[in-house]
Write a protein that binds this ligand. Sequence first.
Ligand code: HSE
Length: 451
Amino acid sequence: MQQVHMGLIGAGTVGGGVWNALQRNGALMASRLGIQLEVAAVAVRHPDRARAARIPARRITTDWKSVVADPRVQVVVELMGGTTTAREAVIAALRLGKPVVTANKALVSAHGDELFAEAAAHGTNLYYEASVAGGIPIIKVLRESLVGNRVTRIAGIVNGTCNYILTRMQQEGAAFGDVLADAQRLGYAEAEPSLDVDGHDAAHKTGILASLAHGFWVTPAQVHTEGIRNLSPLDIQSAARLGYTIKLLGIVKCLGPADTTVRKASRRVRDTAPACAIQASVYPALVPRTHVLASVNHAYNAVAVRGDVVGDTLFYGRGAGAEATASAVLSDLADAVLDLRHGSHRRVPPFVAHEVNGRVVPMDEVISRYYVRLAVLDRPGVFARIATLLARAGIGISSIIQPEGHAGDTVPVILMIHDAPNAAMRRVLRQIAALPVVRAEPMMIRVEDLD
Ligand code: HSE
């Protein structure tokens, strides 16, 4: 049987998971592919961790360059994380014409353009299924399975840490800080949780999904990003009373055609699909309790994709962890070795630009509904003053609740607000915050009806 030799760079959680999955299912894969996958060398920063994963010492090195350059190594698997050395290693491998498999969302989202260009220039391919939503095969879905669709909307729960925290806040009425501390103790959340809880990890993944769906590269900087730190148990409870569950969503929506003057200016437009002006963002949102995403709990991920031909689809599974991520890496490895055997690396290029004049709409212009929580003095006329400011801004209120049972002078008020542009909403909230009767920074959460 034909053998293909791989070089692994990184043997932490994911690298160890890939090694172990290959021990378990390598023979199964060989019988399916007709190709045996062999690990020739493993580069690690800390040899002890590789030994803990039971990788034989003779395959371990601390020199990633020797793994990339090793003439036996035909496929390089980058699992070290980070964007500096990882970028160097991936580019070095691609320049040698070696296909690369990576799980590195930060790297792909920030440097995708450059890496795909390197792969094309050197007649090889880059595979990145594991970079978004771990074990859920969402990259293949967007690149291949839904190729006959215009993707009109993606709504994804793509950060397991945040979903775990929100689920426990919802089920136990607990505060964000307490659940985060617990999650850190249990090893679900990193000691430095900002990448997850401030939405950056989800933004990397959302940028990749937006790019694949719309065919122009969307960098993390273009993804409007808000995290879950400021959510209070009262927000979770109030949302529940109104029939909603709060989820951190990665959202990609086609809002309409991109600017036609830009389209006409390009000669390439003749050969490309009409481009969309898209929303690409990450924020906590009220999701109707009846929507399937509201039932995705704990560390699970789910991505709902709407295509104009297929309609609504949903992809659910474990978005992180050694085994789920290893499953995606193995899928990429299978593609890489089959492409090597058949010389078919251009069959599905890593990224197909198709909406060359697409653009990301600034969040200020995006229109949505809102939940707003205010802390106000419990005095006559307070509602009237708030309502006057909203009315002057042309923004409508769909409901007002002042939950009973709050002692003291300051009471919470929950407003549900009709469709309004984000900029107008932020402006009026600044005015409301400046009212002497408003005692704390207003909390604003968008509502995603997902209908
Ligand atoms: N930290 C991520 C999560 C997994 O919590 O989903 C890796 O992207």
